[in-house]
Design a protein around this ligand. Structure first.
Ligand code: NDP
Length: 396
């Protein structure tokens, strides 16, 4: 029986609150805090309506460590589950250190003035978390998150060594909007417009943004889609933790319409992350763009179709070459029906709840700072099947 403090009341925070409410044997008390308290209250009302559970709500600026420390002292959680933005990661980790409470997030820290995707800032907390006797679990969403666990599971049960890894993220859904992002637009566009990067024979190789593509034939009727090579944060820990890895890449599908809009926005300077002078004040173009784009949480009722995210792995087992594809397919409509959100928020929020459950049940509990593939994957894989993200593994 545990108290969880969820920070962030956006698309993902909403799913996390609903999923924690479904598991009352573990999450006996749920607290939701975010910058805008009204968003927490709206989620709390919906959780009450669907699951009959109460969620306590608070306004919190998580950039302010003292404010977060005060809230943690007031509500005394067993775990802080951070689904605010990557900018808040370090401040929330500092608050957890000060109050000796375990920490979990779904995205690596990013400095606001530089779109950089690296674990170095959070890995630097290793000694302090270990010495304070608390745990941080990093990247417990889908990708990063489930993709790391798929790799750990394949390594444990199917391979002596995995030599090639392709993580392939397909959103085959459609929301009918000319241009909208499925999670926070600012974070999403910063990620997509950066240079591509993949791991090959012991070093990182860079590519121009979205300059490499392939067609992949997705299973269960989704069919062939064009996928673009990008850098994604889980590659950094996986190349360290997966035995024998020689090449690791990450791919994501985008429609031509999405890419055309993105190119125009980039060309006119709307994706810039540095402040510009506008009528006597400084504005950051990408933050203004976020304000005029549809809120990802508003896409729930509009989005139809499915996502398919998986890991394609080639390696050896007992001297034999082997190719394994482990994947989940998630329906936007089914996610909306269950928790009122589209599948992108759903596929992130469910593993965040499961990661927290693993920690609170003591199945994954080790002091220090950890990535997902460093723990035994079996319980997590079982829970994916039980809590809404069933997976399949097929040998190709
Ligand atoms: P949203 O923008 O929908 O929600 C973010 C929430 O955080 C908002 O409620 C926002 O408040 C709140 N917030 C922002 N700044 C602060 C602050 N200083 N203090 C308190 N609350 C704050 O984003 P998503 O829900 O789509 O994404 C949440 C996280 O999940 C992100 O870090 C994202 O990168 C990650 N993610 C991970 C994925 C994975 O697979 N691993 C996939 C998708 C997302 P307000 O409403 O007032 O702005």
């Amino acid at each position: 029986m545990s108290t969880v403090l969820i920070i962030g009341a956006g698309g993902v925070g909403s799913v996390v609150a609903h999923k924690c409410a479904q598991v009352d044997t573990v999450f006996s008390r749920i607290i939701l805090a975010s910058r805008t308290k009204e968003k927490c209250d709206a989620i709390a009302r919906d959780v009450k309506k669907r699951w009959g559970r109460s969620v306590e709500t608070f306004a919190l600026d998580a950039d302010n460590v003292a404010e977060t420390v005060a809230l943690i002292r007031e509500v005394t959680p067993n775990l802080v589950l951070n689904v605010a933005l990557p900018y808040q990661d370090l401040a929330i980790m500092d608050a957890c250190l000060e109050t000796q409470v375990d920490y979990l997030d779904t995205a690596n820290y990013e400095p606001i003035d530089e779109a950089k995707f690296e674990y170095k800032w959070q890995w630097a907390y290793q000694d302090r978390f270990r010495d304070t006797n608390i745990m941080a679990l990093l990247g417990s969403g889908f990708d990063p998150g489930v993709t790391n666990v798929f790799c750990a599971w394949a390594q444990k049960h199917h391979f002596d060594e995995i030599h090639q890894l392709d993580i392939i993220d397909c959103n085959a859904g459609d929301h009918g909007q000319a241009f909208a992002t499925n999670f926070n637009p600012e974070i999403n566009i910063r990620e997509i417009t950066q240079r591509g990067r993949y791991w090959e024979r012991g070093e990182w190789v860079e590519t121009d943004p979205l300059s490499w593509s392939m067609s992949y034939d997705f299973p269960e009727g989704i069919g062939p889609k064009k996928c673009y090579l990008m850098y994604h944060e889980e590659l950094e820990s996986l190349v360290q933790n997966i035995k024998g890895i020689k090449r690791a890449r990450f791919w994501m599908t985008f429609s031509d319409q999405y890419l055309t809009h993105l190119k125009v926005l980039e060309n006119v300077g709307m994706t810039r992350i540095d402040p510009v002078e506008y009528q006597g004040q400084k504005i950051v173009p990408i933050q203004f763009l976020k304000a005029v784009l549809p809120e990802p949480s508003s896409l729930g009722p509009l989005t139809k179709g499915r996502t398919c995210i998986g890991c394609l792995m080639k390696g050896v087992k007992d001297g034999r070459e082997k190719t394994l594809y482990v994947y989940n397919i998630c329906s936007h409509e089914a996610a909306y029906e269950e928790v009122g959100s589209q599948a992108i928020s759903y596929t992130t929020g469910v593993p965040a709840m499961i990661g927290a459950k693993m920690m609170l049940e003591g199945k994954w509990h080790e002091k220090g700072v950890w990535n997902m593939e460093q723990f035994d994957p079996d319980h997590f894989m079982d829970d994916l099947n039980q809590y809404g993200l069933p997976w399949k593994a097929v040998e190709l």
